[in-house]
Design a protein around this ligand. Structure first.
Ligand code: DSN
Length: 480
């Protein structure tokens, strides 16, 4: 055991004792979570394992400090140390991504998107509109000014990728606030290839004339050409906002470069920090300088006070992502996803778009006669943690779904390689081939109940355990 491992083990063991002295059940659940995460195949595309340094950074007294406002401009006294961590996190983010401006306060991806929406609207208002209203600041606008502005701008239009083709809820999905605060339309993918059809998207944009074009996804297994997205946005005077929450690690690790790197092409880029980027749970907004003053108003306009302990952990994670080794990790994530996809295809399974070139695979489980919900539950019985996900034009809707989304970031962090991902595909196919859908009380086909054939869960668990034991999670961490 290295010195650092010994320190980490002792830090966590002691921390759990302190927690147990107040509420032992929480200490126990925390221990159990480690046991569970260590013992399962984690394939949720949006999850990862942050380093002990990142995790430890979150457990400090920075949690106790309020710091609404921005660096050097706070609504509370005593923020000098928060200013330090926020500045360092923002500096790492700018350097890592080559962004002009970074705002590291958002608490999640949804918060980052709300901040971006606010900033884009405010930016439009702050430019020509402030001049016209002869006001210095957006806060000086009267109710009449706002009323007249709303009339002049008309509907706020947002064009984003539809949920069933891989977009996120916050990209204008009707029940989400983004679908209510904006007049929204959605673009989909080509019905045959499953890929984004940029010509069709451009035609839709010309017709709809959005204020904001949102690019990015949470369940699209392919790369996006952001240069083309910017061309489309420019052709209709829209702001291009890219939500790179899922693939930020591939951008940071230079797997996505040129037209596939959103930073040089988008006006505003949002992300989470805990997915392929492998940091603490949280969000960030990167933008060109002109958007900075409006992005800075995120808190308290749409965000609660910044979580200083998480901003500190973002700084640590971003420092890690700037290390050369992170590039190797990011490339492995993408290569492993290809191996996982090949593993499914060679065993006759159907994948949306026929494969992947990012970090995720979307398995269509209809050929197994299952819904996504049945597949997700049967896999969990066998220790394989995934999430059900819609496929394009999903016949089973967004609750039961017809797909399973699988990602490689977490197991790649553990050290899984190509062969292990191929084996993982084999195990998943074994579970799904041995799962039969149940029936409802009325005797019809159930979308939820299922039966997994005897012995399969144990067989798969023991085959997984061999791989998991070879690549332990937090190898040097031993709790006393
Ligand atoms: N929950 C995240 C995901 O799983 O993709 C995004 O909201």
């Amino acid at each position: 055991m290295s010195d650092l491992d010994a320190l980490t083990s002792s830090a966590y063991s002691q921390a759990l004792e302190v927690i147990a002295s107040v509420e032992p059940r929480i200490a126990e659940a925390t221990r159990q979570e480690l046991v569970d995460q260590r013992g399962s195949l984690k394939l949720i595309a949006s999850e990862n394992y942050a380093s002990p340094a990142v995790l430890l950074t979150m457990g400090t007294w920075f949690s106790d400090k309020y710091a609404e406002g921005t660096v050097g401009h706070r609504f509370y006294a005593g923020c000098q140390n928060v200013d330090t961590v926020e500045s360092i996190a923002a500096e790492h983010a700018r350097e890592l991504f080559g962004a002009e401006y970074a705002y590291v306060q958002p608490h999640s991806g949804i918060d980052a998107n709300l901040t971006a929406f606010w900033a884009i609207l405010a930016h439009r208002v702050e430019g020509p509109w402030l001049e016209k209203a002869e006001k210095k600041n957006v806060n000086d606008l009267t109710d009449e000014d706002w009323e007249s502005l709303r009339r002049e701008l008309g509907n706020q239009r947002l064009l984003g990728m539809s949920l069933d083709t891989g977009g996120h809820l916050t990209h204008g999905f009707r029940p989400n606030i983004s679908g209510k605060m904006f007049h929204q339309q959605q673009y989909g993918t080509d019905p045959v290839t499953g890929l984004i059809d940029y010509d069709a998207l451009a035609a839709k944009a010309r017709e709809f004339k959005p204020l904001i074009l949102v690019a990015g996804y949470s369940a699209y297994p392919r790369r996006v050409n952001f240069a083309k997205m910017r061309e489309i946005a420019d052709s209709v005077g829209a702001t291009l906002m890219v939500d790179m929450a899922h693939f930020a690690g591939l951008v940071a690790g230079k797997v996505f470069t040129g037209d596939e790197d959103p930073i040089p092409h988008a006006h505003v880029v949002t992300t989470t920090t805990h997915k392929s980027l492998r940091g603490p749970r949280g969000g960030m907004v990167l933008a060109t300088k002109e958007y900075a003053p409006s992005v800075d108003r995120g808190c308290p306009m749409v965000l609660g006070g910044p979580l200083s302990h998480v901003m500190a952990a973002k700084a640590v994670a971003l420092a890690e992502a700037r290390q050369e080794s992170f590039r190797g990790y990011a490339q492995d994530v993408a290569d492993n996803a290809k191996s996982l996809a090949e593993g499914f295809l060679t065993r006759g399974a159907n994948l949306v778009t026929g494969g992947t070139d990012n970090h995720l695979v979307l398995l269509d489980v209809t050929s197994f006669g299952l819904t996504g919900r049945q597949a997700e539950s049967a896999l969990l019985d066998a220790g394989v943690v995934t999430n059900r996900n819609s496929i394009p034009n999903d016949p089973n809707g967004a609750w039961y779904t017809s797909g399973i989304r699988l990602g490689t970031p977490a197991l790649t962090t553990r050290g899984f390689g190509r062969d292990e991902f191929d084996k993982t595909a084999e195990l998943i196919v074994e579970v799904l081939s041995n799962t039969t859908p149940g029936t409802t009380k009325a005797g019809g086909p159930s979308k939820a109940s299922y039966t997994l054939a005897d012995g399969v869960a144990d067989r798969v668990r023991s085959a997984s355990a061999e791989m998991l034991d070879k690549h332990p999670l937090y190898p040097g961490l031993e709790l006393s």
